[in-house]
Design a protein around this ligand. Structure first.
Ligand code: SAM
Length: 283
């Protein structure tokens, strides 16, 4: 008998991966957690039936969510990851010797435990001595800080269920307050192609713009996410990801990457016309 994982990208579009074996299926207080193994994508994690990462293409997402802000400010000392329970974002941040302190706050300890056990390729740096784990709602966690972080990365689920609060004005305002004067906020920003996701993306962009003087969007190709075209938000108090990036400093760090490079960094901010229009940036 053949076993297939199928995800609805829209009510009229489905995406399927042939499964070798289901490794885990558990329901936490917050969400349904599944891990599968496949020939094509290796192991993959889904939450509430939505793809979070596969072993084969996670390097694209994690390179882009971490190295773009780090090449803009290679001097980041204190970083906060909100969500990110699989550990992939922390793994990439931990490669920077200059980072002194990484807080990660995920609402669901069961996701982190599952990934530690079954996805060591992403969770492998969660025990780094600079990493401090908190299990609570990121919306509440970030309220208590002022001028505390140089970088906040929102590596969340989509804007429904437990991740909903991480797309609100209150959250973005508190992130602004929690950041240092050079601070950068990067978030996973959904896809521009299918209407329901595009709506969430433009709404998030408008909300972030209300607080941050620098507010841009960049893109990557992630084969297992809906439409394969994924956006990230880049917001900051001061630093512009194109004008202020430090390619020489970043390249001198000698960090080897499979997707990110400093030329691609520039190209990733060059958006298609229909996306510029959605973001009111056309003209
Ligand atoms: N790369 C992924 C993507 O874009 O699909 C995100 C992966 S990561 C596994 C998402 C994490 O966000 C999950 O572990 C989930 O528990 C966490 N999360 C969801 N809502 C949250 C909240 N309000 N506060 C903190 N973490 C949250």
């Amino acid at each position: 008998m053949e076993l297939w994982y199928t995800e609805e990208h829209t009510p009229r579009v489905r995406f399927s991966i042939k499964v070798k074996e289901q490794i885990l299926s558990r329901k936490s207080q917050f969400q349904q957690i599944d891990i599968f193994d496949s020939e094509e994508f290796g192991r993959f994690l889904t939450l509430d039936g939505l793809m979070m990462l596969t072993e084969k293409d996670e390097f694209i997402y994690h390179d882009m969510i971490v190295h773009v802000p780090m090449a803009t400010n290679p001097d980041v000392r204190r970083a906060l990851v909100i969500g990110g329970g699989d550990g992939g974002t922390v793994r990439e941040l931990a490669r920077y010797r200059g980072i002194e302190h990484i807080d990660m706050v995920d609402i669901d300890e069961m996701v982190v435990d599952a990934c530690r056990k079954h996805l060591p390729s992403t969770s492998c740096r969660l025990d780094d001595r600079r990493v401090h784990l908190y299990f609570e709602d990121g919306l509440k966690f970030v309220r208590r800080f002022e001028d505390a972080y140089d970088l906040i990365i929102v590596d969340s689920t989509d804007p429904f269920g437990p991740g909903e609060g991480l797309f609100t004005k209150e959250f973005y305002g508190n992130c602004f307050k929690a950041l240092s004067p050079d601070g950068i906020l990067v978030n996973q920003h959904e896809n521009p192609y299918y209407d329901s996701y595009a709506h969430a993306m433009t709404r998030a962009h408008r909300r972030i713009e209300e607080f941050f003087p620098v507010c841009r969007v960049y893109q990557a190709h992630i084969p297992t996410y809906p439409s394969g075209h994924w956006l990230f938000g880049f917001a900051s108090k001061k630093l512009d990801p194109l004008e202020d990036m430090k390619p020489n400093l970043w390249n001198a760090l000698g960090i080897e990457t499979r997707y990110y490079n400093t030329k691609l960094h520039l190209g990733a901010f060059m958006l298609p016309n229909y996306v510029l229009k959605q973001l009111d940036l056309a003209g």
